[in-house]
Unconditional design. Structure first.
Length: 100
């Protein structure tokens, strides 16, 4: 029996914020992105959760993974580069929320 695949909730172009939640133990979201806003570039895949796989669990249910783009000037105080400079990261859906 195969696991049902959940459809991703974010579409390309969606403005999102990385949740600033404290998470003890292993997680796949860089601290410097927590609380920051970005734009979904694309849905990468839906796969087993690497955060629970790291603890020997089965990684289920599967989670959508998104390629999200951040403007570097919004990430680093005093950044002197161009507003066109970006950082791209793959983020698990449960770390994202809609940005208003």
């Amino acid at each position: 029996m195969t696991e049902p695949t959940r459809l991703p909730i974010f579409r390309p172009g969606a403005r999102v914020r990385v949740r600033a939640a404290n998470h003890p133990g292993h997680h796949r979201t860089p601290l410097y992105l927590k609380g920051r806003q970005g734009v979904v570039v694309r849905h990468v895949s839906t796969d087993r959760n690497p955060e629970t796989l790291a603890y020997g669990k089965d990684g289920m249910p599967k989670v959508p993974i998104y390629h999200v783009r951040f403007v570097q000037a919004d990430l680093w105080p005093g950044y002197r580069g161009s507003r066109a400079d970006v950082l791209d990261a793959d983020i698990l859906e449960h770390w994202l929320e809609r940005a208003d």
